[in-house]
Design a protein around this ligand. Structure first.
Ligand code: MEV
Length: 326
């Protein structure tokens, strides 16, 4: 007998407040119409050799396949596999040790681009095991456990990425606040610089800056929060606020010359753009007003960007796609 569960959860865009949110400030975040899908199957394999407890994992986007004996030592595995094993261990008392587990992952969210791919992975991973063991999803429990998985990937993240991926829509988020908002921006383009970035490295860089420049650092973090509050209260000022948020992120040290140069080219056509997520590469967001995708591609032709996409914002969070027994 085989039991299969399939869940999905969305990526995200931080509209304002990245990094400052790590220090308890408010941030504005929205979920996007790019999702990660995960399938978990528990399969009865009574005929297996008793020395093997198998977990098979397929990452379809990178074409990576793993077959892991759960009884072996797992220290040398990648972070994704360690995350899977961490969650497996959390739920293992609900699972039969005679059964084989198969996990398949498929994602529309680019990896390492600041769009929340690791959080969507963490949320779906917990969601799948939760559904298999408890038969229904509990957002609060899943979000808390997904945060622990995010800590494996990023150290001490703020929790904004897993929270938006779990609950969806748009949120004002801080470590002590989670409030849904009806916040939508039209003509919002995601510009993928194609420059790889590491969230952990950028968060560490900001920590060193804030520790070494305490008064200036606190002021920048407070100004970022004021910027976020103004985005919520005065959405009509969003163009200036994008520019302001970008200036403040640059003061924190998370912009890079390639990003500054793209933002400058866009500013010459009155298009406001800023980093979204950790910075140091990854994606920018731009308020493109009446410009088409091709016109922006043409404007940025000398910058070697990877892609431009217009996405739906404020979408559904973690959801059960299918559960069946075969
Ligand atoms: C990453 O998506 C957002 C950061 O603020 C880190 C975090 O909140 O944990 C850079």
């Amino acid at each position: 007998m085989k039991k299969t569960v399939i869940v999905s959860s969305p990526g995200k865009l931080i509209i304002g407040g990245e990094h400052a949110v790590v220090y308890g400030r408010r941030a504005l975040v929205t979920s996007i119409g790019m999702r990660l899908y995960m399938q978990l199957t528990e399969e009865d394999k009574q005929d297996y050799e008793s020395t093997k407890q198998l977990l098979n994992i397929v990452f379809h986007d990178t074409n990576k396949h793993y077959s892991i004996n759960l009884l072996d030592s797992h220290d040398s595995y990648s972070l994704e596999i360690q995350a899977i094993l961490y969650i497996y261990n959390h739920f293992k008392s609900f699972l039969s040790d005679k059964n084989q587990l198969n996990i398949q992952v498929r994602s529309e969210i680019p990896i390492g681009a600041g769009l929340g791919s690791s959080a969507a992975f963490s949320v779906c991973l917990v969601g799948c095991f939760y559904l298999l063991c408890y038969k229904k999803l509990n957002q609060e429990d899943i979000n808390q456990l997904a945060y622990k998985v995010e800590c494996l990937f990023h150290g001490t993240p703020s929790g904004i990425d897993n929270t938006i991926s779990t609950y969806g829509q748009s949120l004002v988020y801080s470590r002590t606040l989670k409030k849904h908002l009806d916040f939508r921006l039209s003509n919002l383009a995601i510009i993928d610089t194609g420059i790889p970035k590491s969230t952990k490295r950028m968060v560490d860089l900001v920590r060193v800056f804030v520790e070494n420049n305490q008064i200036e650092g606190e002021k920048i973090l407070n100004d970022i929060e004021i910027c976020v509050d103004t985005m919520i209260e005065h959405p009509e000022q969003i163009n200036q606020l994008f520019q302001r948020n970008q200036q403040l992120l640059k003061c924190l040290g998370v912009s890079i010359p390639e990003i500054d140069s793209i933002i400058q080219t866009l500013a010459e056509k009155n298009i406001s753009a800023q980093i979204t997520g950790a910075g140091g590469g990854g994606c920018l967001i731009a308020l493109t007003s009446s410009f088409t995708k091709d016109e922006i591609l043409d404007l940025l032709k000398d910058h070697h960007i990877k892609s431009i996409q217009f996405v739906e914002c404020g979408v559904e969070g973690l959801r059960e796609e299918q559960t069946f027994v075969s």
